[in-house]
Write a protein that binds this ligand. Structure first.
Ligand code: SF4
Length: 372
């Protein structure tokens, strides 16, 4: 079906369902989908927005699976979260399998002379099961925007705490380093090696044990790309996401979460030029927006650094989901609700504990950008 026809069909269903439906669009979503988003933002902001929109019975999350799970964890009673394509997952979230994390936890507790020092912390880019694991073990979540505040607050309360940081090694290492932890106090836990590849002595000396996970998009950025960008334009400002490798973050002029990058570019002086190390859909949108203010924005990489799983959400999937949702609303007994993401109640309670603990520690970030 041609794109114009799909656009028309999506717009028609959206208008008919009116307040019963909200559509959320993650910043990395493609343009033709994000134009239908009532709200845009990062994953946690969107989940909290969904929970605040109590009139909306259906929340269509144009993002990836863990984001829809977070929305379901925070959603109110009666709200249902739908994902246009259930195969839109996240390779990084998938790198921490629950049984591997349980085994790691037991082994690390056996290695530490004072096992009570161990605190699990998970980046919100993780499955509901991993968030629940952290909640059950008195741990918490963090985002790329508040990781520093979360880690700082744990160490302020207990300077001897050993953090098991899941699942992104780069965010953990970059944050630990900013907080004064040397690299050799942040060993990697490789779930495919016996004892994670760590000796008990090494584990006992650690401040942060880093799960061996990474984002396949942000890990693509390199120091050579920064050098090339500077050779081509010595005045260029390089800003990268903290999911990038340690050496890339060290070499860049600025580091910022998705929202942090947007804020930095919005505040950039007229005439400045930027090379940005994050997902390409966001970079291209920012480049168009900033061009109006004569701020030049380009990707740090020549290769399109695309979140391929996010890209699975497209117009055909959105149109199909909305039309089947409308059929379900008309005849609920005869038409099933498609692509609902449901987190079971015990997992939800534990995961919510980890999310709420983070919010208590760091206070909430600003509200998301309402999309016209
Ligand atoms: S950009 Fe990276 S962390 Fe984010 S959803 Fe895609 S693979 Fe996962």
């Amino acid at each position: 079906m041609p794109a114009e026809a799909l656009v028309e069909r999506i717009a028609r269903v959206k208008a008919r369902l009116a307040d019963r439906l909200i559509i959320l669009g993650h910043h990395y979503q493609r343009d033709e989908v994000i134009r239908f988003a009532d709200f845009t933002g990062d994953s946690l902001k969107l989940a909290r927005t969904a929970a605040a929109q109590r009139q909306a019975e259906f929340i269509v999350f144009c993002g990836v699976h863990f984001m829809a799970e977070s929305a379901d964890i925070l959603a109110g009673p009666g709200q249902k979260v739908l994902l246009p394509d259930l195969s839109a997952g996240c390779s990084m979230a998938d790198m921490a399998a629950p049984e591997q994390v349980e085994a790691c936890w037991r082994t690390l507790q056996g290695m530490l002379r004072q096992p009570e020092r161990l605190v699990p912390v998970t980046y919100v880019n993780s499955s509901a099961t991993i968030k629940a694991f952290c909640g059950r073990h008195d741990g918490l979540c963090c985002t790329s925007g508040n990781a520093r505040a979360v880690l700082e607050s744990i160490w302020r309360r207990n300077p001897r705490a050993v953090l098991l940081f899941l699942p992104d090694q780069h965010l953990g290492r970059n944050t630990g380093y900013v907080l004064g932890r040397p690299l050799d106090a942040m060993p990697l836990w490789d779930p495919y090696q016996s004892d994670g590849g760590l000796s008990p002595e090494r584990a006992d000396r650690a401040a942060l044990v880093l799960w061996d996970g990474f984002c396949s998009v942000h890990q693509e950025f390199t120091v050579e790309q920064i050098q090339r960008a500077r050779a081509a334009d010595p005045a260029v400002q390089v800003i990268v996401h903290p999911e990038c490798r340690f050496e890339v973050v060290q070499e860049a002029n600025h580091v910022g979460s998705t929202e942090g990058i947007i804020r930095a570019l919005e505040a950039a002086p007229t005439g400045s030029r930027w090379a940005v190390g994050t997902e390409i859909n966001l970079v291209q949108r920012l480049a168009r927006r900033m061009a109006q203010r004569h701020v030049q924005v380009a990707s740090l990489s020549n290769c399109p650094c695309l979140c391929e799983t996010m890209y699975r959400i497209d117009l055909p999937h959105l149109a199909w989901l909305l039309e089947s949702l409308e059929r379900h609303c008309r005849e609920p007994a005869r038409t099933p609700l498609m692509n609902r993401v449901v987190v079971d109640e015990p997992t939800k309670q534990d995961a919510r504990r980890a999310l709420e603990k983070m919010l208590e520690l760091t206070d909430a970030p600003a509200s998301p950008t309402a999309h016209p």
